[in-house]
Design a protein around this ligand. Structure first.
Ligand code: 4NP
Length: 158
């Protein structure tokens, strides 16, 4: 099993959406027995909380099932998850601090965005509803890129 963890700050907006979209893609490709994914936040503000209502709304609009309860990222996760995908540079730095060193599986999510390889997934929490649709589009593209990368790395057929 390849374990993948998506990480943002609060684990109620970006990373649970990334997890839900990626799970949908994993199911679509019949790779459920090869890839497991989950999400976490570097902060503890929303531990136990359901995703933000605007996250749920945008997922439902795109027919993506979403269910997650907020949890916090801890250094031990680097042992469980082969791939750790940080939504932005601040999350990335927080993760390196928590882990005590850079894990070999740590990437920025948009490293896999074919349209813009060098940006952050913007934090939509304090913005408008449009920001959630923008995040959805960024994640959808980036996760296609990440799936192609994983399939190549692990020689998965689908
Ligand atoms: P996320 O968004 O990191 O994408 O889940 C945020 C959620 C909550 C907060 C900040 C960002 N907050 O400050 O509570």
């Amino acid at each position: 099993m390849i374990n993948v963890l998506f990480v943002c700050l609060g684990n109620i907006c970006r990373s649970p959406l990334a997890e839900a979209i990626f799970q949908y893609k994993v199911n679509e490709q019949g790779l459920q027995d090869k890839i497991f994914c989950d999400s976490a936040g570097t902060a503890d503000y929303h531990v136990g909380d359901l995703p933000d209502s605007r996250t749920v709304e945008v997922a439902q609009k795109h027919l993506i099932p979403i269910s997650h309860k907020g949890c916090q990222f801890f250094r031990e996760d680097a042992e469980t998850f082969a791939y750790l995908l940080a939504m932005d540079r601040s999350n990335y730095r927080n993760m390196v601090v928590e882990m005590g060193k850079k894990s070999s599986g740590l990437y920025l999510m948009r490293h896999f965005d074919p349209k813009d390889l060098d940006s952050d997934v913007p934090d939509p929490y304090y913005g408008s509803k449009n920001g959630f649709e923008e995040v959805y589009q960024i994640l959808d593209r980036s996760l296609d890129g990440f799936m192609a990368f994983l399939k190549k790395e692990h020689a998965f057929q689908s």
